[in-house]
Design a protein around this ligand. Structure first.
Ligand SMILES: [Zn+2]
Length: 211
């Protein structure tokens, strides 16, 4: 199995949200341990101050197999032993300019990713890219539990764009959910349609309907 990917069992989105929350908490613990184990005050401060996203995706592939994929915003202060618990992105030179989804491509802006030394990339985008590059996006059901710095459960604009591009790729026919604070799944196929893939509109809807 690849880094940050574990086998799971198929479950309903509500249950997948809870599974994701537990996996995110475990990921935060791994990050915390790395921070505390560091002998360098500078590294400790670095890891303490940085805002981080930890995202877990419960993925059921078209063939029925289920996976748990966990990603974290990637900082160069993290060691290889910490990074092995998370899905990594591609190395800078290997990153494609666009990710081929199923019938469309997403202009994954790899060059603008931060933390290039650390196989960076946004967490939800990185998980989608990982599935796309292994030809496993078609027919996949994906439940994202996003934790942005313990402050937000929403994707950023970049990840929202890629989620909506995937959700509207008919050939992919992927079902994508994100989880609320209360672990309620939000159907992104519907949300992308409702907001016309407009991030501001989505955020306004989300606040009204779920906030
Ligand atoms: Zn993002």
């Amino acid at each position: 199995m690849n880094k940050g990917i574990k086998e799971s069992v198929e479950m309903k989105p509500e249950e997948a949200c809870k599974e994701g929350e537990a996996a995110n908490d475990e990921g935060a613990g791994i990050y915390e341990n790395r921070k505390n184990a560091s002998k360098s005050e500078a590294v400790k401060n670095d890891l303490e101050l940085k805002k981080k996203t930890i995202t877990t995706a419960h993925v059921t592939l078209a063939k029925g197999k289920s996976l748990l994929m966990r990603a974290i915003s990637c900082y160069s202060s993290m060691t290889a032993s910490t990074r092995k618990f998370f899905v990594l992105g591609q190395k800078p030179k290997k990153r494609p300019e666009g990710i081929f989804l199923c019938q469309s491509s997403y202009g994954y802006d790899a060059d603008n990713d931060y933390h290039k030394t650390c196989n960076g990339g946004h967490t939800e985008a990185r998980i989608l890219a990982n599935l796309a590059l292994s030809n496993q996006l078609a027919g996949a059901k994906i439940v994202f539990n996003i934790n942005w710095n313990d402050e937000s459960k929403l994707p950023c604009q970049h990840c929202f764009d890629m989620i909506c591009k995937t959700a509207s790729d008919e050939e992919c026919d992927a079902k994508i959910f994100i989880c609320t604070e209360d672990n309620e799944p939000v159907d992104m196929n519907k949300e992308c349609k409702k907001s016309n893939s407009d991030y501001d509109k989505f955020k306004r809807n989300y606040t009204r309907d779920y906030g």
